[in-house]
Design a protein around this ligand. Structure first.
Ligand SMILES: Nc1ncnc2c1ncn2[C@@H]1O[C@H](COP(=O)(O)OP(=O)(O)OP(=O)(O)O)[C@@H](O)[C@H]1O
Ligand SMILES: [Mg+2]
Length: 309
């Protein structure tokens, strides 16, 4: 599949010299859902704002559908829909007018059938004549999405779309995102909810300190998540792993008193029974046995605090 969004060595220094993006490069394929995870201040909103032309990058290049975001701004921008992190709606405006107006901003002709379809999809049709100020926070977020979709973008950015949204609404939002993907829209979303990335993303990117640390297929990450370790604590230290246990591919702790066995929780057979039998047959005495599982959260915490995955 072709890249619909191509970012190379993007840098952004804010006034005063703070470098919020330190050379970000990323290729996003048409039709995929990429979730960007990162702590507060990582640079997620800065990255999205630079791509969407809300702020000017200091250097680097962004191509959207082959159009340069600087040289061909209008063409590039018309392919993009943005749902900003901050709710910035006109309180006295009616929902339907607000969405219509957004479409007009992109020079597209009025299309009431499309606006109706979008509002229905987002369960806002009943509220079409309500003023924005009469809506709940979650509904306002839906209006932001409706506005972002009004000019039929091919790439949709969602900056924390479900922050402060209840579980039910969040799941509705995931469905909307999935439907958009089915219609060929490419989606980049930022989130603090790891289960959100797990639920809807094809790929997951981790950003911290203005740098992308990792971009990986979600299933690969989930395989990592499926890893579990069995720690077999021995009665005393041993100098090396006995040859009889070579088949189990164990690690010996630095103190020499614990054998560490890593296995896949999704596998049909974990091999634990055979391992424990062989440990006993090798004449080793056990003091304790425990397990630990690495979660996606552990992986992220490790990454953003400077550790290795
Ligand atoms: N207009 C600005 N002027 C100066 N510094 C800024 C400006 N906007 C953002 N920053 C700084 O740039 C860094 C990245 O901010 P950004 O908003 O991109 O983070 P984020 O990853 O979106 O965080 P969050 O998860 O809190 O939304 C932060 O250190 C922030 O203080
Ligand atoms: Mg942000």
């Amino acid at each position: 599949m072709a890249a619909i969004l191509s970012i190379s060595d993007l840098r952004k220094s804010y006034e005063g010299g703070f470098e919020a993006l330190k050379g970000v490069s990323l290729e996003i394929e048409e039709g995929e859902i990429l979730a960007l995870l990162g702590p507060n201040g990582a640079g997620k909103t800065t990255l999205i704002s630079a791509i969407c032309g809300i702020i000017n990058a200091t250097s680097g290049q962004v191509l959207v559908g082959g159009y340069c975001i600087e040289k061909d701004f209008r063409a590039a921008r018309s392919l993009i829909g943005l749902v900003p992190q901050e709710i910035n709606l006109e309180p006295f405006e009616k929902v339907i007018n607000s969405v219509r107006f957004s479409r007009g901003l992109f020079g597209k002709t009025r299309n009431d059938a499309l606006i109706e379809e979008i509002l229905k999809k987002l369960s806002l049709w009943d509220k079409r004549d309500s003023q924005i100020k009469e809506l709940s926070g979650g509904m306002k977020r839906r209006v932001l999405i409706a506005k972002a979709l009004s000019h039929e973008p091919r790439v949709l950015f969602l900056d924390e779309p479900t922050a402060g949204v209840d579980v039910e609404l969040r799941k509705d939002m995931w469905e909307v995102v999935q439907e958009l993907k089915d219609n060929g829209v490419t989606i980049i979303l930022t989130t603090h909810y790891i289960e959100e990335a797990e639920a809807i993303a094809d790929r997951v990117g981790v950003i911290t300190g203005g740098q992308i640390l990792l971009v990986k297929d979600k299933d690969e990450l989930m395989t990592q998540l499926g890893q579990k370790q069995l720690c077999v604590q021995l009665a005393g230290p041993i100098p090396e792993i006995p040859k009889a246990l070579a088949d189990h591919q164990l690690e010996l702790s630095t103190e020499g008193d614990t054998l560490i066995y890593t296995y896949d929780t999704k596998g049909e057979r974990t091999g634990i029974t055979a391992l424990l039998n062989d440990v006993a047959a090798a004449g080793l005495q056990l003091r304790d046995v425990s397990t630990r599982q690495s979660s996606l959260e552990d992986i992220f915490v490790g990454l953003v605090s400077g550790g290795q995955s």
